[in-house]
Design a protein around this ligand. Structure first.
Ligand code: SAH
Length: 382
């Protein structure tokens, strides 16, 4: 099968690496999605193990269509009965179109549904579908009149790991936080500090990586109900594999700070749900009091960016303090995602690298201030 995995725009390279590390061959990398080859087991493993994915789709087929007639005929010709049983409930849950003649999502959705009904009527020889069985949500994207049709195996988006019961005002998506950490050289034996932890997303994602906890091992997936396609045992085996890989016997230095005691409490509660409370140090501490005696650490954070006017006024001073505190930590690196335009100016230092990213609809930048690499401790042992 071809499996299509959407992700945040701009983070395809991180997802691609994750998929290769899981042991699969990539067939295509496009804006916002990566396609690879895999079997039923890959559906389970991708859903459970990928940290930066948004969902996992099974490609049903693709074709060229410029008219609704072409869309209908080509959709009808796809092998729907290979996936959808007689009592299946099926609908086009999302249609998106870029640079294409067909662009109205609601028309695309209703025409494709009709085509699917017709196709299944012919294979099953029945005229009416009760649709009281399992759900088969279809996702379609059209790019330059090339239509790609897929089935969503995930259900609730993969950034919902299940641990974030309570959130800050503007939490960062879990899969985005994971991808950003993966873009840095941080590893579990290095220090990580989030001075604006909010609901704790960065520290929790980092701790889960450190302990090798699979992001999807404590949630369910749409395709778990597709027993005719994926035996339940495959899911259980995959969760067993994930459980065996966990290693809590590690020493970490992950610090989760926030000025708001309520947020520290929330971050701790979320970490507990994620099973990583003991790997993170939580403290109510304002940015002014940021310090650490260790070397070569990382600040990885999502500072306030001023959604409200009165907050906006506080930003120049806040980012200035951030710059000062960072410079006191001489050997450190700092990575921050923010939509605040004057971030570099107020920090008082140009980032070594920056990357434009979308956090939902919000245009943000990921600023990267790279400190020196630690000396290699094992050199003289060789
Ligand atoms: N990434 C977080 C959201 C961060 S929102 C998440 O995923 O939930 C920014 C956080 O910065 C808020 O929780 C706010 O309480 C905190 N904050 C604002 N000013 C601060 C200061 N001076 N020192 C420390 N924390 C501060």
């Amino acid at each position: 099968m071809e499996l299509i995995v959407p992700c945040h725009f701009g983070l395809e390279s991180v997802l691609k690496k994750e998929i290769i590390d899981l042991g699969y061959d990539i067939t295509k990398v496009e804006d916002g999605r990566v396609t690879f080859l895999g079997d039923e087991d890959a559906v389970c493993r991708a859903n459970i193990f990928l940290r930066t994915a948004e969902r996992v789709l099974i490609k049903v087929g693709s074709f060229h269509a410029e008219t609704f007639d072409e869309l209908f005929e080509n959709t009808k010709a796809l092998p729907w009965s290979e996936f959808i049983p007689k009592d299946g409930k099926f609908w086009v849950t999302k249609a998106s179109s870029v640079k294409s003649k067909l662009f109205s999502p609601s028309d695309i959705q209703s025409i494709m549904k009709k085509a699917m009904v017709r196709s299944l009527q012919e294979t099953y020889g029945i005229s009416w579908f009760e649709e009281d069985g399992e759900s088969f949500p279809v996702r379609v994207f059209i790019y330059k009149d090339e239509v790609t049709v897929s089935l969503d195996t995930t259900g609730d988006s993969l950034h919902k790991r299940g641990y974030r019961k309570l959130t800050a005002k503007a939490p960062i998506a879990e899969n985005l936080a994971a991808a950003l950490i993966m873009l840095t050289p941080w590893k579990k034996d290095r220090i990580l500090v989030d001075p604006f932890c909010g609901s704790g997303t960065f520290p929790i994602e980092a701790a889960m990586m450190a302990a090798n906890i699979a992001p999807g091992m404590n949630r369910s997936f749409r395709a778990f109900d597709w027993k005719h396609l994926i035996p339940a045992k495959m899911w259980y085996d995959c969760v067993d594999e994930a459980r065996e890989e966990i290693d809590m016997h590690i020493a970490t230095d992950i610090q989760s700070y926030d000025i708001d005691p309520e947020m520290t409490k929330i971050a701790r509660a979320n970490a507990r749900l994620a099973g990583v409370e003991e790997l993170i140090h939580f403290q109510t501490r304002p940015l002014d009091a940021l310090s650490h005696s260790g070397k070569y650490g990382f600040i990885i954070t999502n500072p306030p960016y001023g959604e409200r006017l009165e907050e906006k006024k506080a930003l120049p001073a806040l980012y200035k303090t951030l710059g000062e505190k960072y410079r006191e930590l001489e050997t450190w690196s700092m990575y921050l995602i923010t939509s605040y335009e004057d971030a570099q100016k107020d920090i008082g230092q140009k980032a070594d690298k920056n990357r434009k990213l979308y956090n939902g609809m919000l245009k943000t930048y990921f600023y990267q201030y790279m400190g020196p690499k630690p000396p290699r401790r094992d050199n003289h042992e060789r």
